[in-house]
Design a protein around this ligand. Structure first.
Ligand code: GTP
Ligand code: MN
Ligand code: MN
Ligand code: MN
Ligand code: MN
Ligand code: MN
Length: 199
């Protein structure tokens, strides 16, 4: 994966036909539980184990010539998360930003975030095995551990050393900060403590 550069939505939509577009979304919900009755979970954040063994966000390729970015995103969310994703109906208000990468192919990725209630989040998880792509593009859903355990490595630092698809790791880190799901200081500590990751 080459270097990724941010660009505005309108710049992205003006790129020529040599560019492919993809939309992915971070869905999250406040989560009052405590691990072992002690460690606050904070929020549930949804990612998926993909067919290629990497972690990524639900979403996929879209064609801005045949519909809006959000139409394409909502179609991908239903394919990958199941019919339970239909009522989510992500919109331009959920848009966070876009990045472009030149290699291995010219690709613009658009990223979205949406806060759900824990009930909505659990309903998505429960319906996910009925998704069209379950067992195909999507091997299963995971929640991201947002805490760092007392050893300084368990939890988010170790999670970050998984293999991620495209810019998913950067999207995760950026949005955890922007959404205030993990304090910035704890985020940079987690990145620094993350055991060396595969590519
Ligand atoms: P197909 O229908 O099999 O083509 O898959 P898809 O439409 O679901 O596409 P996919 O989700 O794999 O995303 C399209 C491209 O974006 C891929 O080439 C990945 O490299 C990249 N990608 C996949 N997941 C993510 C993600 O979570 N974030 C970012 N930034 N890129 C991703
Ligand atoms: Mn136990
Ligand atoms: Mn897909
Ligand atoms: Mn996908
Ligand atoms: Mn697709
Ligand atoms: Mn597909």
């Amino acid at each position: 994966m080459g270097e990724s550069r941010p660009l505005s939505r309108s710049e992205a939509l003006q790129l020529g036909p040599g560019w492919r577009h993809a939309c992915h979304a971070l869905l999250y919900a406040p989560c009052p539980g405590r691990l072992f009755g002690v460690v606050p979970l904070g929020h549930a954040v949804l990612m998926q184990m993909r067919f290629d063994g990497r972690l990524g966000f639900p979403g996929g390729f879209v064609d801005p010539r045949t519909g809006s970015l959000e139409d394409g995103l909502n179609r991908e969310l239903q394919e990958e998360l199941g019919p339970g994703a239909a009522p989510l109906c992500l919109a331009e208000g959920d848009y966070l930003g876009s990045c472009r990468v030149e290699a291995p192919q010219r690709l613009v990725t658009h990223f979205y975030t949406r806060r759900l209630s824990l009930e909505q989040f659990r309903a998505l998880e429960e319906g996910a095995t009925r998704a069209q792509e379950h067992g195909l593009e999507v091997m299963g859903l995971v929640r991201v551990p947002l805490y760092t355990l007392r050893d300084g490595v368990g939890g988010l630092p170790t999670f970050l050393s998984n293999a991620f698809a495209g810019g998913a790791r950067e999207q995760l880190l950026e949005s955890l900060g922007i959404l205030g799901l993990v304090p910035e200081a704890q985020l940079s500590e987690a990145v620094a403590a993350s055991p060396k990751s595969p590519d």
